[in-house]
Design a binder for this molecule. Structure first.
Ligand code: TRP
Length: 335
């Protein structure tokens, strides 16, 4: 099935992608890419909003993230992979949209509040960081995208983007921009090995997509299970048990997972065979990705070429809508 809905997603290139990205968004993109026109944006300018002191970190990770996309199987013939900083129209629209949004509105966005708190910014939040939701609205609208698959934390940003869409359309006197639908990920947040929070590179609990068999085994062995489950014969807890959270997310045989949970709860099933099962499943999942990644890592110029072509295609794809939005909001039509 092909629909006319345009899909846009993005990632900040702050590090190589990990298994949490795979469970939360890469899997969805692989599915959507069969049926939709899809753009995937490497949001380097957005990544700079809290890394302004270290552009080199972002620079280094652009090709890493592009390599991850290709390694998981996104086909550049079907999904356009592009670089935010290579699309000046996005910066241009951001500047225009900033005039339609108040500081108070931005400060109320729960996602931004949480991120400011997590980074300990307080009042010293970089101005660019506070307004990144506006730049994200520019990303989405420039592509004429109407479907954004994302986690629940992104929903308030889509709400803001839709307010901007309404303002632009009101000023245009017509439906220039489509309403944006957030396709909420049904996958529960994948916890890190410690079970303390979601998997994230900064928390040091992430499994990169490039992990080899030994790394996978060590990662699984370190997983938090049930500290009260001392002897194999003891009843064990499934809730909060990281191994089961991963089996839920990745085991192709969910009937077997249900049976294993029942046995674990009853007592008589130890952590060791469960961890062995999970390590095997993760290795089966990551082995082909790792192999393609290894191959691509040997030809970074090819990856750069794919990114360059994708960005050129994205420039063409955003030109018309970009010009139409400028014609409404700016004092002068550029070019
Ligand atoms: N904020 C997103 C993230 O942190 C990245 C992003 C940038 C994005 N532009 C976007 C997501 C446009 C969806 C649509 O992962």
């Amino acid at each position: 099935m092909t629909t006319h809905q345009i899909v846009l997603t993005g990632d900040r290139p702050t590090g190589p992608l990990h298994l949490g990205h795979y469970a939360g968004s890469l899997r969805t993109r692989l599915a959507l890419h069969q049926s939709h026109r899809q753009y995937v944006l490497i949001a380097d300018n957005q990544a700079l909003t809290d890394n302004g002191h270290d552009p080199d970190r972002i620079r280094r990770n652009i090709v890493e993230v592009a390599t991850d996309y290709l390694a998981v199987g996104l086909d550049p013939a079907r999904t356009t992979i592009c670089l935010q900083s290579g699309l000046p129209v996005l910066a241009d629209l951001t500047q225009l949209y900033l005039n339609l949004v108040t500081v108070a509105r931005l400060e109320r966005i729960p996602t931004i509040r949480a991120e400011i708190a997590a980074r300990g910014f307080g009042r010293a939040v970089p101005a660019g960081f506070l307004v990144y939701p506006v730049s994200q609205a520019a990303d989405i609208t420039a592509f004429g995208a109407s479907l954004v698959p994302a986690g629940a934390d992104q929903a308030p940003l889509i709400e803001l983007a839709n307010e901007i869409v309404q303002k632009v359309n009101r000023q245009a006197g017509r439906d220039l921009l489509p309403t944006i639908e957030c396709l909420l990920s049904t996958a529960p947040r994948l916890p890190g090995a410690d079970g303390a929070g979601k998997m994230s590179k900064s928390a040091g609990n992430a499994l990169p997509l490039s992990a080899d068999r030994t790394t996978i085994k060590a990662f699984v062995d370190s997983m938090y299970t049930d500290p009260g489950h001392l002897r194999v014969s003891d009843p064990g807890r499934v809730e909060g048990n990281v191994v089961f959270a991963y089996l839920d997310a990745f085991d192709p045989d969910q009937e077997e997972v249900a049976a294993l949970k029942a046995r674990y709860r009853r007592g008589g099933l130890g952590d060791v065979p469960l961890k062995r099962r999970l390590a095997g499943i993760l290795n089966d999942l990551l082995a082909p990705i790792r192999e393609r990644r290894g191959d691509l890592a040997r030809r970074p110029d090819d990856v750069q070429d794919i990114l360059r072509h994708g960005t050129e295609a994205a420039r063409a794809a955003t030109a018309e809508t970009g010009a139409a939005i400028r014609a409404v909001l700016a004092t002068q039509k550029l070019i």
